[in-house]
Design a protein around this ligand. Structure first.
Ligand code: SAH
Length: 355
C-alpha cells in the first residue's frame, strides 16, 4: 500500500477498501469465534431455514417455474444455503427445480462452501461476478454482503464535496482530501465536515440484479447492518478478532465494512425496473416468518442445554439494542414488478421527497 501510494499518489477510500478486502477475503475464513466476526446463519440454523421457506413461498408466487436459480452473494461458509436447502425439502417440486449459484471471489471460502453443500444433493456452481450467473428465474440472497463492498466518501468543505483519500505521512498511512471538489454531487450538507458515503459498487450490483429480476423474474433478499438514508456520517469501521481497530492499521488484515444505506439499493432496484419491499428490522422479518414457532419445535427434541442455546440464539437474532441484531439489521427485497407481495415484507414506496 505504501509503495502504491508513493508511486501513484493518494488513493480513494474505495480503492483502499477494495485492495484491503481482496487480500482479506482471499487469505482466510474470517467467520466464527476464531475469526473476526460472526453472522446470523452461524448463530442459528433457524436463520437459513426460514430463508429457505421464504424462497419456497416466493417460488410458488412466481408460478412454480420448473427451473429456478438460487443465487447467493458472498455465501461465507455456505451455512445459510445448506440450512435453506434442508428446509426446502418440505416442497419437493421446489427443491427439484433448484440449482445453486454462489457469487464468491475467495478460494478459501469456495472450499468451505463445497463441503457444506455436498450433503444437499443440489448442483452448485461458482461465479466471480453476478453478471456471470446464467439467466432465468432466480431467487437471490445476500446476507452481510453489501457491507463488505467498497464505498466512496466525500467530506463537506468550503470548496464543496472533496473526496476522502488515503495518503502517506511520516507516521504511515493517513486520511487526506482531494484538492478539487466533486462538482457532480448536488446534496446539500448540513454543516462543514459532514461525510457523504456513496456505495458505488453496491449500487452497480443492485442495478444488475434488478434488471435481471425485471426481465427473467424472481426476487432478491438483502439483509445487512444498516439504515434507510440518505444521511451523513463516516461509517467505515475495521474489525479484528471481534474488536474495533483503526481502519488504516495493518491494511488487509482486518475486516473493513460500512453500514448499508438501503435507500441506495431500493433506488437502484427501481431504476433497474424492479419493485422493492421493506425495509423492516431483522426482528420484524424473522418474527413474521415464524422464528418463535420454529424454535419451539426444535426445542421439543432438544436437551435442556440445547434448548437454552436455542433460546439464546433467537434472542441474539431478534433483540433490540447494541447487543442484539434485531434492530440494527434491516431486510429489503427487490422483485419482478408482478410479485405484489413477498413474505414478511410490506410493499415499499418512496415518498415524493425521496424520489
Ligand atoms: N453471507 C455470509 C458471509 C458474509 S462475509 C454469512 O452471512 O455468513 C462476506 C462474504 O462476501 C464472504 O463470503 C466474502 O468472501 C464475500 N465477498 C466479499 N467481497 C466480495 C466481492 N467483491 N465479490 C464476491 N464476493 C465477495
Amino acid at each position: 500500500m505504501r509503495e502504491l501510494i508513493a508511486l501513484e499518489g493518494p488513493v480513494t477510500i474505495e480503492r483502499y477498501m477494495s485492495l484491503c478486502l481482496q487480500h482479506y477475503y482471499a487469505t482466510r475464513d474470517p467467520l466464527g469465534a476464531r475469526g473476526d466476526f460472526t453472522t446470523a446463519p452461524e448463530i442459528s440454523q433457524i436463520f437459513g431455514e426460514l430463508l429457505g421457506l421464504w424462497a419456497a413461498e416466493v417460488w410458488m408466487a412466481m408460478g412454480s417455474p420448473s427451473q429456478c436459480r438460487l443465487i447467493e452473494l458472498g455465501p461465507g461458509r455456505g451455512t445459510l444455503m445448506a440450512d435453506a436447502l434442508r428446509a426446502a425439502k418440505v416442497l419437493p417440486a421446489f427443491k427439484a427445480a433448484l440449482s445453486v449459484h454462489f457469487i464468491e471471489t475467495s478460494p478459501t471460502l469456495r472450499e468451505r462452501q463445497r463441503a457444506a453443500l455436498a450433503p444437499s444433493g443440489v448442483a452448485v456452481f461458482w461465479h466471480d461476478r453476478v453478471e456471470d450467473a446464467p439467466a432465468g428465474p432466480a431467487i437471490i440472497f445476500a446476507n452481510e454482503f453489501f457491507d463488505a463492498l467498497p464505498v466512496r466518501q466525500y467530506i463537506a468543505t468550503e470548496r464543496g464535496w472533496c473526496e476522502r483519500l488515503v495518503g502517506l505521512s511520516d507516521a504511515g498511512l493517513t486520511f487526506g482530501l482531494s484538492a478539487e471538489p466533486e462538482r457532480t454531487l448536488t446534496q446539500a450538507p448540513h454543516r462543514l465536515g459532514d461525510v457523504l458515503e456513496i456505495p458505488t459498487a453496491s449500487i452497480g450490483i443492485a442495478g444488475t440484479l434488478a434488471r435481471r429480476l425485471s426481465s427473467d423474474g424472481g426476487a432478491a433478499l438483502f439483509i445487512d447492518y444498516g439504515y434507510w438514508g440518505p444521511a451523513f456520517g463516516d461509517t467505515l469501521q475495521a474489525l479484528h478478532r471481534h474488536a474495533y481497530v483503526d481502519p488504516l492499521h495493518e491494511p488487509g488484515e482486518a475486516d473493513l465494512t460500512t453500514h448499508v444505506d438501503f435507500h441506495w439499493l431500493a433506488k437502484a432496484g427501481i431504476d433497474g425496473g424492479a419493485s422493492f419491499h421493506g425495509p423492516v428490522t431483522q426482528a420484524a422479518f424473522l418474527t413474521a416468518l415464524g422464528i418463535e414457532t420454529r424454535a419451539r419445535s426444535l426445542k421439543q427434541r432438544a436437551t435442556e442445554q440445547q434448548a437454552a442455546d436455542i433460546d439464546s440464539a433467537v434472542r441474539r437474532l431478534t433483540e433490540p439494542g447494541e447487543k442484539g441484531m434485531g434492530e440494527l439489521f434491516k431486510v429489503l427485497a427487490l422483485s419482478h414488478p408482478d410479485l405484489e407481495a413477498v413474505p414478511g415484507l410490506p410493499k415499499g414506496r418512496f415518498s415524493k421527497a425521496e424520489s
